[in-house]
Design a binder for this molecule. Sequence first.
Ligand SMILES: [Zn+2]
Length: 271
Amino acid sequence: MNAMWLLLAICVLVIVSTTPADAQRAGASAKAKKRLLVVSHTAGFRHEGAIKSFDKVIAELAEKSGQFTVDYCRTAEDVKQMMSPEALKKYDGVIFSNTTGNIGIPDLQAFLNWVKSGKGVIGIHAAADTYHDEPAFIEMLGGEFLTHGAQCEVEVIVEDAKHPAMTHLAPRFRVFDEIYHFKNIDRAKLHVLGSMDRHPPDGLPQAGQPGDYLLIWCKPYGKGRVFYTGLGHREDVIESEWYKQHILGGIRWALGIIRNPQPRIGQPAAR
Ligand SMILES: [Zn+2]
């Protein structure tokens, strides 16, 4: 009888000592980290310094956040091996880190369908200079690189201060970088996160003139999520703390780590 009471007491102790916090921790550790593929193969212009800086930054963000792991896909052979429909199955998202040109994804339609199935895409700067020969890729990303002028300082207007990629930024923040101009871009099809209300002072004919220039956006793609930032040419931009936060927020949003309301496509966000 005494032994039975002892057993009962032990059971009660075990139940009491398993607090909700313990359960939460156990749940968090049991939940696998997201897996990201960082693609930096280039078939056109190569942002060598920016790619190297980004590789360092993304490793740091993976380590510090503890929320995702990264694999690197750097060469044509890597793309062939790591971006096949079969190989993509183990990933939750892809970062196009200053990729350019037709990088040779083995089955591009299968890749796009994979994104549509609920995966994340994060595009950095020259990601928009990738696959000019594939309108379906451009449509997925939301815009296509047209040209750029001299590097310059611009004032970026934060259009959605609640988006995880933008929460830490001033309503109008200034950045010195190479600023892209886009074609095949339509505000009505994007949830714009950052824009400029005048042409960058980059020496091009329209420099400084008022206008609507999009720079950072996100959008749903099927059940997937696409985040793109035009910033990320200069190494000092990529390695700055605000940019790291910007990218981490974009990743968390694209991978669904942070739940955020569905992007309001084409609607100006509340300021
Ligand atoms: Zn560039």
